[in-house]
Design a protein around this ligand. Structure first.
Ligand code: APR
Length: 311
């Protein structure tokens, strides 16, 4: 039987994710948005591309959640994106209300689904989705580290003039200014990047990765990145649907791992049919651990602000 993936939010990230899901034939796709006609129109357009792309995924769109019933995965991209001068944190209350609303409606019809959250500020929105859904932590996963690591990998490959496929990277922490790229875990065919590039170039790649989202917001001016975020969410969905047990950096609700409890923070996890099948703890240098804890504290501040605002 074909899998079903619901994508909530038929904007830039959501529609691009729907396209990739369909073209990879990962399952049937349901697009949901509050804008009347938009999810229906984009779904129909994608369906009409199917004969040319050669896939047999059904793509439907709607303003309610009827068609989403029984989804295996729900990808949440609803919300407002950043504009120049805005940080991800500026989206906090607006997007928290939206995430609470869409999570409630989605999980009512898909109580067994795995939620992949994309909306920002990412780690705090995961918190809202976890608490609203009442799902166990292995079924609520944030998309951040795959995107941040992809940016790191892209910049490293450009710098080294080598295939992106040879580069792997690890970025931990919250999806914000405090993210923790780990150059010593960034390798090119197993060789640490720190052996291949001078320190100053590695530092420049780290900085560009940290500002990767803002760089695109400043260029686009009317919205934020969507091709790479959509690719990242679909890689996670694929790992789950195919039970690949892929090791990917994702935002996970920690219960003591890395000395952090009760917060979503980006860490390496194993993604398979059950969702997060394992949180992987790796040894960190004291300064890396400190940076991770600083990043977790920033996530904690947002979660505390949500509590105070009772959004
Ligand atoms: N229910 C369903 N859809 C909603 C709701 C809601 N309650 N509120 C907003 N939306 C929809 C909007 O109508 C819009 O079509 O979410 C969509 C968001 O699309 P874009 O504005 O194009 O934003 P996008 O670039 O896709 O980013 C979405 O992902 O990367 C993050 O920071 C980004 O939080 C943002 C999210």
């Amino acid at each position: 039987m074909k899998a079903k993936v619901t994508v909530i939010g038929a904007g830039n990230v959501g529609a691009t994710a729907a396209q990739r899901l369909a073209e990879k034939e990962l399952g049937d796709v349901v697009l949901v948005d509050i804008l009347e006609g938009v999810p229906q129109g984009k779904a129909l357009d994608l369906q009409e591309a199917a004969p040319i792309e050669g896939h047999d995924a059904r793509v439907v769109g709607g303003n309610d959640y009827e068609a989403s019933a029984g989804s295996d995965i729900v990808i949440i991209t609803a919300g407002i994106p950043r504009r120049p001068g805005m940080s991800r944190d500026d989206l906090l209350t607006t997007n928290a209300r939206i995430i609470r609303d869409v999570t409630q409606k989605a999980v009512q019809r898909s109580p067994g689904a795995i939620l992949i959250v994309v909306s920002n500020p990412l780690d705090a929105m995961c918190h809202v989705a976890l608490k609203t859904s009442g799902f166990p932590r292995h079924r609520v996963i944030g998309m951040a580290g795959v995107l941040d690591a992809a940016r790191f990998r892209a910049f490293a490959a450009l710098e080294l003039d080598c295939s992106v496929e040879s580069v792997s990277a690890l970025v931990l922490g919250g999806h914000g200014d405090t993210m923790v790229p780990l150059p010593r875990y960034c390798t090119v065919a197993g060789i640490p990047i720190t052996e291949l590039l001078p320190e100053v170039r590695v530092r420049a790649i780290v900085e560009r990765t940290r500002n990767g989202g803002a760089e695109i917001v400043n260029l686009l001016k009317t919205g934020s990145a969507f091709y790479a975020p959509a690719s990242a969410a679909v890689e996670m969905a694929e790992a789950i649907l195919k039970d690949k047990k892929k090791i990917l950096p994702c935002s996970a609700y920690l219960e003591g791992e890395y000395g952090i409890r009760g917060l979503f923070v980006g860490v390496p996890v194993k993604l398979g049919a059950a969702g997060i099948e394992r949180v992987i703890e790796i040894p960190l240098l004291p300064e890396e651990r400190e940076a991770l804890h600083r990043s977790a504290a920033a996530v904690g501040d947002l979660v505390a602000a949500l509590g105070r605002l009772s959004f």
